[in-house]
Design a protein around this ligand. Structure first.
Ligand SMILES: [Zn+2]
Length: 213
């Protein structure tokens, strides 16, 4: 089995796989898309919204903003020991959005989301993502709850994309990050997930064989 880094930059990696079973390459590809944890707005509490967008559409737009994800410090809410729906400091990052248009329309951007803790590392990947245009006199006020999730639960937590393909008889794995995590970390997380699953399968097999004796 041999791996060769063909291309690598901040957002993407292209690897040539030699002697790697396609099923294994494919398992890694699927883990990148569906299972690598990252952080996005899971819940929105609308306090006021007189913008032209209904609450659901506004909440959906906000949920699609990728956040730089601190997956070493934050737990999946369903696995956190707080067992609380509102969450704790280990499973939620709270934000507020307050914006109002005066006499001229105002475009609200991702940079207008204000974290409860100013020093948080969990911030929108890009501050220039437009959320809504407020006509004169209109306003929005909401609370946002950013949590860890996986792409298999909702596409807003899809950390990036990955493809496995053949060219000139060689097999390549291409992985690209949407900005939640550095691309190398994403790939390593995917490999960790596959490895854990194979280990689990091994344990179950051992049990099954032992029970069959
Ligand atoms: Zn918690």
């Amino acid at each position: 089995m041999r791996l060769k880094m063909v291309e690598s930059d901040a957002e993407s990696i292209r690897l040539e796989l030699e002697g790697v079973p396609t099923s294994l390459g494919n398992a890694i590809r699927r883990a990148v898309i569906n299972e690598v944890p990252c952080m996005a707005v899971e819940e929105v509490l609308v306090i006021e919204n007189t913008s032209p967008l209904p609450n659901e559409i506004l909440a959906h737009r906000i949920s699609l903003i990728p956040f730089i994800s601190d997956i070493d410090s934050y737990n999946f809410p369903e696995e956190c020991s707080c067992n609380s729906r509102l969450g704790c400091d280990r499973c939620v990052v709270r934000y507020v959005l307050r914006a109002e248009a005066g006499e001229t329309p105002v475009t609200v951007y991702s940079r207008d989301l204000i974290p409860e803790k100013p020093n948080t590392k969990v911030v929108p990947v890009n501050g220039d993502i437009p959320i809504v245009i407020l006509p004169p006199g209109e306003r929005v006020e909401m609370e946002l709850y950013v949590r860890v999730g996986r792409g298999m639960k909702h596409a807003k937590w899809q950390a990036g994309l990955a493809s496995l393909y053949e060219e000139d008889g060689r097999q390549y794995l291409y992985v690209e990050s949407f900005g939640f995590l550095p691309v190398k970390r994403m790939l390593l997380e995917a490999v960790k997930i596959v490895r854990r699953r194979v280990a689990e399968l091994g344990e179950r097999l051992d049990e099954a064989v032992a029970n069959a004796k």
